[in-house]
Write a protein that binds this ligand. Structure first.
Ligand code: UFG
Length: 328
């Protein structure tokens, strides 16, 4: 079986490649390198190009006898999606439409899709289970939900079996330090806090301290990027075995506030990290915590690195040794 991994040069994609290598799986990678990094796919069979390029997809499916797809490639910034929703519809929805169409044409039957907790919007309670209403509050979540629905109907009509994985907040890096997180510009909390520790920023802004939480800052469920990678591998196995489509949350079921994350980063780095209160960021729900019982029971998912300080330690290891990311 050869797997096509789209977006394999990105943060979660590249860690999944690492995991697939450890499991001796055979794969090829498609990435436009708009946000991904060439260095993250060194030594792999790599195609540089766009999801919407039908000829390129035909070539990849034919040359490699692809029998499964893991689809990461997407624009994934909530804030940017509010400012430029059509970019998200074009790259995420239209790009995925082309990929799904080609997968069907080439008789692929297994598809794992990188979805998001942003499909839920502002939940009425936590922990969030997969049967909660999906009412996205931003175009990013809306486009991911549209792709989930496209996959549902592609299963019903063409027998393309799919597993959609709704990630909560990805964090950490390869414990061996070979790859890590490198976004330009960076918008995620943990790497920003670590940039302050590295002296690359003067302070971190805490977006809002008046949320209805214990310390007033937003609470998120952080999950190690290699635990996400494990789930993709298990999802493929379930599609191989049971062959049943499904949607699964991936989180640890523990919430940490922005203040708690900053305190953890201080403890791990031993550096006093300056933080200032700033206005709320639009579209941020107060609390997002996952129930991942379904993934544990049905996929046999068992996270290896569920502690926040472990995630921060691995992230710190990468950022300290690569202060300029892959440019180092
Ligand atoms: N935050 C700050 N200061 C910063 C950056 C972030 O206070 O400089 C806060 C945010 O307001 C939020 C929390 O830290 O409360 C986490 O923010 P991130 O930007 O790291 O992550 P998000 O929760 O906004 O989004 C992430 C992914 C999305 C995904 C979502 C699902 O980036 O793609 O999780 O929960 F949709």
């Amino acid at each position: 079986m050869t797997i096509l991994v789209t977006g394999g040069a990105g943060y979660i994609g590249s860690h999944t490649l690492l995991y697939l290598k450890q499991k001796n799986e055979s794969f090829v990678v498609l990435d436009s390198l708009q946000t991904g990094h060439r260095k993250a796919v060194e030594g792999t069979t790599f195609y540089e190009g766009d999801l919407a390029d039908a000829d390129l997809l035909d070539k990849i499916f034919t040359e490699n006898e692809i029998s499964a797809v893991i689809h990461f490639a997407a624009d994934s910034l909530v804030g940017e999606s509010m400012k430029d929703p059509l970019k998200y519809y074009e790259n995420n929805v239209i790009g995925s439409y082309q990929l799904i169409k080609k997968a069907v044409e080439h008789e692929v039957k297994k598809f794992v899709f990188s979805s998001t907790a942003a499909t839920y919007g502002e939940p009425e309670s936590v922990p969030i289970t997969e049967d909660f209403p999906t009412i996205p509050t931003n175009p990013y979540g809306e486009t991911k939900l549209a792709i989930e629905k496209m996959l549902k109907w592609a299963d019903a009509a063409y027998g393309l079996k799919s597993i959609c994985l709704r990630y909560f907040n990805a964090a950490g890096a390869d414990p061996e330090g070979s790859i890590g997180e490198d976004h330009q510009p960076e918008s995620h909390l943990i790497p920003i806090v670590l940039q302050v520790a590295l002296g690359q920023r003067e302070h971190v802004s805490m977006f809002g301290d008046d949320y209805p939480t214990e310390d007033g800052t937003c609470i998120r469920d952080y999950i190690h990027v290699l635990d996400l990678a494990q789930a993709h591998y298990l999802a493929l196995q379930r599609l191989e075995g049971e062959g049943v489509s499904g949607v699964y949350n991936l989180g640890n079921g523990n919430g940490f506030s922005v203040k708690q994350v900053i305190e953890t980063c201080k403890a791990v780095t031993g550096i006093d990290i300056k933080s200032l209160t700033a206005p709320r960021r639009t579209g941020d729900p107060a609390v997002l915590i996952a129930s991942s019982n379904k993934a544990r029971t049905e996929l046999g998912w068992n996270p290896d690195y569920s502690r926040l300080d472990t995630m921060v330690t691995h992230a710190w290891n990468w950022h300290r040794n690569h202060p300029n990311g892959y440019d180092d």
